[in-house]
Design a protein around this ligand. Structure first.
Ligand SMILES: [Mg+2]
Length: 261
């Protein structure tokens, strides 16, 4: 993950989105259309995500801290996560029944695969962002300390979704733009949060530095498809977790803290 520490413009633009969203907040997962990079690939989400600004990467910054805190400490985010997780479960279950069969062996044999992102999808780093000074900014040093200490909170809705997929028999691939250097810490931390049994866990190394996260993740999904995987769904918290194809359906968990292209 290469989050920018620059946030001033983002804060101003994001504030208008969040304030507008507050009066229309609803607990339901619905179709999301973030633009041409996902043409032809449906995304279901809560709408509680930051908008893309050009092709930048940003953290929302301290200006919006009260609104972000209210969302993360209130009931709305729990309901939004539950709604998106339920939509993902139903979509994958129904696809698998129609295309693979009903036993885990049959599902495995047809190579049905779900891709999960990690940060803000399986693990929640709200306590990191809120503790920074200024709040909701990013600092690589404090970030690495946070990861090494496994100070993440869990996200029960996606943990349960993940474990239901494992039982269903689908292949699970974790595709994360987090640094490969942190992989031992992440593996240990995911296990502490009762997330285990994945088939692949792909993280970013130095060699892929000139690609955006969206391009890099699409390339990794393409690699899985070329190995015979059928990527039924990609579950993430960024549109860049589900851009540029090589998946049937994206499921977008809420993240109002930062945007990654
Ligand atoms: Mg993420």
């Amino acid at each position: 993950m290469r989050r920018s520490v620059s946030f001033a413009l983002a804060s101003v633009l994001a504030s208008s989105m969040l304030v507008a969203g507050a009066s229309t907040a609803q607990a339901a997962a619905f179709p999301v259309n973030p633009g041409p990079v996902v043409d032809g690939r449906p995304i279901t989400g809560s709408g509680q995500n930051l908008p893309p600004i050009d092709e930048s990467t940003y953290n929302v910054g301290p200006y919006m801290a009260p609104q972000v805190e209210a969302y993360y400490t209130g009931k709305a985010i729990q309901q939004d996560r539950a709604d998106v997780a339920l939509a993902a479960w139903r979509w994958v279950r129904d696809w698998v029944r129609a295309n693979c069969g009903s036993t885990p062996e049959a599902v495995r044999a047809c190579r049905a695969t779900v891709v999960f992102d990690v940060d803000e999808t399986l693990l929640n780093s709200y306590t990191y962002s809120v503790a920074q000074d200024p709040q909701f900014t990013f600092n690589p040093t404090t970030w690495n300390e946070y990861v090494a200490a496994c100070d993440y909170a869990g996200i029960p809705q996606t943990r349960d979704l993940y474990n239901r997929f494992i039982k269903l028999g689908v292949y699970v691939a974790l595709v994360s733009a987090g640094s490969k250097d942190n992989k031992p810490f992440m593996v240990k931390c995911l296990r502490e949060h009762r997330i285990a049994g994945w088939d692949r866990y792909i993280m970013r190394g130095e060699a892929s530095d000139d690609l955006s996260d969206a391009e890099w993740k699409a390339l990794k999904r393409k690699g899985l498809v070329q190995k015979g995987h059928r990527i039924v769904a990609s579950v993430g918290d960024q549109v860049s977790d589900m851009s540029y194809g090589h998946l049937l359906h994206g499921f977008l968990m809420p993240n109002t803290m930062y945007y990654l292209h």
